[in-house]
Write a protein that binds this ligand. Structure first.
Ligand code: 6PG
Length: 467
């Protein structure tokens, strides 16, 4: 009896995705050189499901039904190329290789082309949802070869998270589109995490205890801020440390880690170019969090700012609205990036499907994604969701409190760079006249870079300062 699906790399994500497939009636086989991972796979399988782990790649390939469907979940970069090299002598025309890791889309593009020449289908697929999501229903972002997608579509639809019965997976575009969409997903993830951490900083400074922080975030999650990240934030404030009697969050170092996908979003936004300053700020704040020693010296040197007092209940409402406002701005920037990339890189990314796939299973799932799904259904070619009437109404409803909160944070010396950046972007985006006419004048003054006029068509240069 041949198996339906093979997995290379039985780490946390590979093992759980495979077990999820088995739970949905597919017979699955996994390969890992590490024998302990093979036995961990088999022993954690649901009784009655067909799951096998092997430590010889050739053995797994022989045991797969044709066309073979093989996914790899190995670290991005060289390991992916190494696995492809070891697979090539074992595969036949028409077989499908899927990279389910967080690969950079340019690598995926290269691999799609390389393998197409060898008549092997290659797909880059973004998978979000962490360990639990992989086992019970992730959000899946496939891109690449459409013919190959048809082979794996039934399996991916079976294992994906469901929202109103609809699977959180859809074909999201050509070539490297799946990994591109996952990269931008992670950029938005960085932005929202940063915005939540700034909201936490303000509320903590206002004197809220961990219990009160828990209650605040929990009530927000029951309202229009409903999202996975707000939900887990509420939980985090209750977690007790098992080494001391402190709350765990209070003993965790403030140096934040990162594996690079947020940085890639910023880097690629500049290549296009598209302005995503909330994401850029989130990446920069993780970097700044690493300057622990310098920050400690600077804290001594500059001292604390005078805290401005504000009625706590009023402040909580302002933080709620500012987080809501800035979260919409973070999505807007990421989605505007996908809109531009889809056109410039010829990936044909269907934004309606992207936001629909993100409604369940992934780290950035939230009730806002249903609002965005409706917006794209109305206008599929929407360059920025801020131009949608319903989204505009939500943004406007939170604007006043966002301004008050940001003024409060600035006067109180509480770092809130991403919240501030969202408002700064908003104010620039909704300005018909930016002061960049002056920049054009300066460029022409010192470099003869020329400028366009508002009243006469054409390109002009002036010998400045000679009057
Ligand atoms: C997901 C996550 C997942 C992971 C990233 C980001 O969608 O399930 O995005 O892919 O958390 O690797 O991790 P860093 O914060 O370490 O960059």
């Amino acid at each position: 009896n041949l198996f339906d699906f093979g997995m290379i790399g039985l780490g946390v994500m590979g093992r759980n995705l495979l077990l999820n497939m088995a739970d949905h009636g597919f017979s699955v086989i996994g390969f890992d050189k590490d024998e302990t991972k093979n036995s961990a796979l088999e022993s954690s399988a649901t009784p009655g499901t067909t799951v096998k782990g092997v430590s010889e790649l050739a053995q797994m390939i022989q045991l797969l039904q044709r066309p073979r469907k093989v996914m790899m979940l190995v670290p991005a970069g060289q390991p992916v190329d190494d696995v492809i090299a070891s697979l090539l002598p074992l595969l036949e025309k028409g077989d499908v290789i899927i990279d389910g890791g967080n690969s950079h889309y340019t690598d995926t593009l290269r691999r799609v082309k390389y393998l197409r020449e060898k008549d092997i289908h290659f797909m880059g697929i973004g998978v979000s949802g962490g360990e639990k999501g992989a086992r019970t229903g992730p959000s899946i972002m496939p891109g690449g070869d459409k013919e190959a997608y048809a082979h794996v579509q039934p399996m991916l639809e079976a294992i994906a998270a469901k929202v109103n019965g609809e699977p959180c997976v859809a074909y999201l575009g050509k070539e490297g589109a799946g990994h591109y969409v996952k990269m931008v997903h992670n950029g938005i993830e960085y932005a929202i995490m940063q915005l939540i951490s700034e909201s936490y900083a303000i509320l903590k400074k206002a004197g809220l205890s961990n219990q009160q922080l828990h209650e605040t975030f929990k009530s927000w999650n029951d309202g229009d801020l409903q999202s996975f990240l707000v939900e887990i934030t509420a939980d985090i404030f209750l977690q007790k440390d098992d080494k001391t009697d402190a709350h765990l969050v209070d003993v965790i170092s403030d140096k934040a880690g990162s594996k690079g996908t947020g940085k890639w979003t910023s880097q690629d936004s500049m290549e296009l170019p598209v302005a995503v300053p909330v994401i850029d700020t989130a990446v920069a704040m993780r970097t700044l969090s690493g300057y622990k020693d310098e920050r400690t010296v600077a804290a001594e040197l500059y001292g604390a700012s005078n805290a401005i007092s504000e009625e706590t209940q009023v402040l909580i409402e302002q933080v709620h609205d500012a987080l809501y406002f800035a979260t919409i701005l973070a999505y807007a920037q990421g989605l505007a990036m996908l809109y531009q990339a889809s056109k410039d890189l010829q990936m044909e990314i269907p934004l309606t499907d992207v936001v629909s796939v993100w409604r369940g299973g992934c780290i950035i799932r939230s009730s806002l994604l249903s609002v965005f799904t409706d917006a794209y259904k109305q206008t599929p070619d929407l360059s920025n969701i801020l131009l949608n009437q319903e989204v505009a109404a939500l943004v406007k409803s939170a604007e006043g409190n966002t301004r008050s909160l940001i003024a409060f944070a600035a006067q109180s010396g509480i770092p809130a760079a991403a919240l501030m950046s969202s408002l700064a972007y908003f104010d620039a985006y909704k300005t018909a006249y930016m002061p960049t006419n002056l920049i054009q004048a300066q460029r022409d003054y010192f470099g003869a870079h020329t400028y366009q006029r508002t009243d006469i068509p054409g390109t002009f240069h002036t010998e400045w300062g000679q009057q």
